[in-house]
Design a protein. Structure first.
Length: 231
């Protein structure tokens, strides 16, 4: 019996896979449609036919990767919410953070090419182009609002503005881990990457839990400036 060959990805998938690699290595602005078409071994007309524009291509890439991650996030966050309601208590901070953070890295064990998307998503958080950043925020917002709602229930004594600041710090740490996990950049010996995603997730959740649960001192209230977040 002959060895069965793995089916080649169709043109649309090959363009997206190639774009993920180029966006990771070259950035969004330096990746032209011409360069992408050459690397994907298609003509520019094929890129325009399937996506219409670079912005639309970026949106499709984000959608295909973030949709399953966000679905898992929301399912797990809702499970934490329901468990707390059954027990008649507030949700635990660590359980909420685990439900939000862990799905980000769990699916990367299944799809090898998703390592490039981790870097892209981490990069987008600091992307100066508002149009590109707004695409990620649009996909990220539903799960973040549920995260905020549960964290507000878990830490009911914490002023909302402080809660938002701390969540911003946690998301910043998450974005950094996504970028580092995706690029596998060489780092000095004093800052080694964990051997696997599980170790990194545990360290990140521990850090985030302690950040969110840290004592708050009322004398700092004059520094607060966030308006209420509506959901």
């Amino acid at each position: 019996m002959g060895i069965q060959k793995q089916p080649c990805p169709n043109t649309k998938t090959r363009i997206m896979d190639t774009a993920e690699q180029l966006f990771t290595l070259k950035g969004f602005q330096c990746t032209s449609i011409k360069r992408l078409a050459c690397a994907a071994r298609v003509n520019q007309a094929a890129v325009n036919y399937h996506f219409g524009s670079k912005a639309a291509l970026i949106e499709k890439i984000i959608d295909r990767r973030l949709r399953p991650i966000n679905r898992q996030r929301i399912e797990r966050l809702e499970a934490v919410q329901q468990a707390a309601a059954r027990q008649g208590c507030r949700p635990r901070t660590e359980d909420v953070l685990h439900a939000f953070i862990e799905p980000t890295f769990a699916l990367t064990e299944i799809i090898q090419t998703e390592k490039y998307f981790l870097s892209i998503a981490g990069r987008v958080f600091s992307e100066p182009d508002d149009a590109i950043r707004s695409i990620l925020i649009l996909h990220f917002k539903p799960s973040f609002l549920l995260l905020f709602k549960l964290m507000k229930a878990a830490l009911s004594g914490l002023p909302e503005a402080v809660l938002l600041w701390r969540l911003h710090f946690v998301i910043g740490a998450l974005a950094h881990c996504m970028y580092m996990c995706g690029t596998r950049l060489a780092v000095p010996d004093f800052f080694p990457l964990p051997d696997n995603a599980d170790t990194m997730v545990k360290l990140l959740i521990s850090f985030a839990t302690n950040t969110m649960n840290a004592p708050y001192y009322r004398e700092n209230e004059n520094m607060l400036g966030f308006d209420s977040l509506e959901y």
